[in-house]
Structure formats: C-alpha cells, structure tokens
Design a protein around this ligand. Structure first.
Ligand SMILES: [Zn+2]
Length: 114
C-alpha cells in the first residue's frame, strides 16, 4: 500500500506538470488569436480560415486532455485514483503508467467499448 501511495504521488506530480504545460499552451494560443486579428488580407483568407480551424480542433483535443487530467487529479485528491470506477478493483500500475487518466481497469474498459 505504501508503494502504491508513492506511485500515485509520482503520477500526481506528472499530471500537475502536464496540466501546467497545457495551460501555458492554451494561453499562448488565445493570445496569438487576438494578435492575429486584423492582419489578414483577402488573399490569405482561405489559408487563415484553414489555420483557424486547425487551431480550434487542436485546442479541442487539448481541452479534452485537460479535462482528463483534472478528472484524474480530482480522483487522486478523493483517494479514488487507481481504483476501477465499475468493479472497484485496483487498476494495475502498468496500465496507469501507460494511461495515467484511466478510470477503469482493462476488463471494464474493454467491456465498455464493446
Ligand atoms: Zn473494473
């Protein structure tokens, strides 16, 4: 159990670091967006529209990840992290190392996806 706690502490640190990175990136994105406005001339419009769309979908993916990080951090704070939401079995550290946002054990996750 002690080993598990230190593992979760490590995960928490990594998650917080990742969240800060994402925060910085998202803030940078929205600042870029503001400074970009008004600088496009008509010839660049199609390209800038494409870039805008690309950026929006990028931000969506990043927002999704940010939500997953937040969820994982909430579970850590509630001491529910690493416990399967469905069957309450502990999720293996191997799985959590690969998928730090995993909220279910591999068996329940597979059942959910089918
Ligand atoms: Zn399970």
């Amino acid at each position: 159990v002690k080993q598990r706690a230190s593992f979760i502490k490590k995960v928490k640190r990594a998650l917080i670091q990742r969240r800060d990175e994402m925060d910085n990136k998202l803030t940078a994105h929205s600042q870029e967006e503001v400074t970009d406005r008004g600088t496009h001339d008509s010839g660049d419009e199609a390209l800038s529209l494409l870039m805008e769309r690309l950026q929006t979908s990028l931000q969506k993916t990043e927002m999704n990840e940010l939500h997953l990080i937040q969820d994982a951090l909430v579970r850590i704070n509630k001491e529910e992290y690493g416990i399967c939401l469905d069957c309450s079995d502990p999720i293996s550290e191997k799985r959590l190392t690969h998928f730090p946002y995993a909220a279910r054990c591999i068996v329940c996750q597979e059942a959910l996806e089918q």
